[in-house]
Design a protein around this ligand. Structure first.
Ligand code: ATP
Ligand code: MG
Length: 392
């Protein structure tokens, strides 16, 4: 029955020039989201609104599911288009619509007509009253409630007449692409995909970097990260995933530095390399899945040590979240099942029994001097040999 969707969006600050940027980014993201759906769609702006028109057959549930992944959408209204063939005909169509969408008639309603085409023979108030009467005649169980109706029946008079009443909630947030770009440190765990989702929700496009340590981490572990990037891309749009071979750097640190500082020093090199790629690709910040106190490398002291090697701001959207709260979001966005597949991650291979929880930055820096001889060359090689995968 439905042939289109009216897209509702709401965010403060969507005025003037910003409004165009916001709407254009939203249209772009909607097109991307619908690309994989059955059927074809025309996405267009019309008088400050965005419509998605199905061109022929399409899978309604699949289209709605895809639209529910597009940040910036606050509501998705399924719309019925009808030709203007006189008011009598419209009354019949509207009564038929009510019968089909609300089989349980015991509801209150209000008709809310809008005349976008001013040459329509009736004014909005008149349409409201006359259509209301037609509905009451056909469905005597229904009642009018103009203040708090169960059903707000919207009738828009344009070239065609649009009928809609349902609002399916969207994910909210800002359209991806309106907020610049950030580099996500994406591991195979539960946290970092959630962190990426949260930053993307604010309109930020996401690139990602994964530190791979073959043969200590398998091809499966890498595939899992690619899968996670693809799941995040359902919300964030295509994710450019940079895969860095980290093995030699990791081995070298293992050889030259105290083992209880290995994780921290390794993380400092991850941040340095991530920042290098971020700057090359015009990212405005780094994003990690860290949360205070979750593990030894995420105490406030450890965060000082990993933070100080970067100039770009490091965004940590999960900083105040408990693991349980992160898991809830991971399940909601569909990354959890992939994240818990048991593959080694490069941090878990060499972890010390008793990693430092209060690293002293001066001592860490001193121990990093042990790496002087080869580290620059190893980092350069890691950057030269990085692999780029587009996850979408
Ligand atoms: P996650 O569940 O995201 O893996 P975690 O609890 O395992 O997080 P850590 O291993 O301490 O936490 O990593 C903290 C953050 O560092 C991660 O959230 C991620 O942003 C980044 N990170 C860790 N390992 C890697 C890796 N191999 N490649 C890219 N980023 C990583
Ligand atoms: Mg991890």
């Amino acid at each position: 029955m439905f042939t289109a969707f009216l897209i509702k969006y709401a965010e403060i600050g969507v005025k003037g020039r910003n409004r165009y940027l916001f709407e254009d980014a939203l249209v772009h993201q909607i097109k991307f989201a619908l690309k994989k759906c059955e059927g074809s769609f025309l996405v267009h702006k019309d008088q400050g609104r965005i419509y998605v028109d199905a061109q022929g057959e399409f899978d309604f549930d699949e289209a709605v599911e895809s639209l529910r992944h597009v940040f910036g959408i606050s509501g998705i209204c399924p719309v019925v288009y009808v030709e203007d063939e006189g008011f009598e005909k419209l009354c019949g169509t509207v009564v038929g619509y009510i019968a089909e969408v609300y089989p349980d008639r015991n509801k209150t309603f209000k008709v809310n007509a809008r005349r976008a085409r001013k040459n329509y023979p009736k004014e909005s108030m008149e349409i409201n009253a006359d259509l209301g009467e037609a509905i009451l005649n056909a469905c005597p169980e229904m009642r009018v409630d103009v203040h708090n109706p169960d059903i707000m029946l919207n009738i828009e008079i344009r070239e065609k007449i649009y009928i809609y009443s349902e609002i399916i909630p969207g994910p909210g947030g800002m359209p991806v692409g309106t907020g610049g770009k950030a580099m996500l440190l994406l591991s195979g765990g539960i946290d970092s995909p959630v962190a990426g989702y949260m930053i993307a929700k604010r309109g930020v496009k996401i690139d990602a970097v994964y530190f791979h340590a073959p043969p200590y981490t398998s091809e499966w572990a890498k595939q899992k990260v690619v899968d996670l990037a693809r799941l995040v891309s359902r919300y964030a749009g295509p994710v450019y995933l940079h895969v860095i071979n980290f093995t030699d750097i990791q081995m070298y640190i293992y050889e030259k530095c105290p083992h209880e500082e290995l994780t921290i020093i390794m993380r400092r090199y991850m941040m340095r390399i991530a920042e290098h790629i971020a700057k090359e690709t015009e990212c405005l910040g780094l994003v990690t899945g860290e949360s205070i106190g979750q593990v030894a490398s995420q105490t406030m002291n450890s965060l000082i040590a990993t933070n100080e090697v970067c100039e770009l701001p490091v965004y940590r959207p999960l900083i105040g979240f408990d693991k349980e709260e992160i898991v809830t979001v991971a399940k909601k966005i569909g990354t959890f099942e992939t994240s818990i597949q048991p593959f080694e991650d490069c941090c878990t291979i060499f972890v010390a029994k008793h990693p430092v929880t209060k690293p002293n930055v001066n001592i860490i820096r001193r121990h990093e001097h042990n790496l002087e001889e080869r580290i620059e060359e190893l980092v350069a090689t890691a950057l030269e040999t990085k692999e780029l995968i587009v996850a979408e």
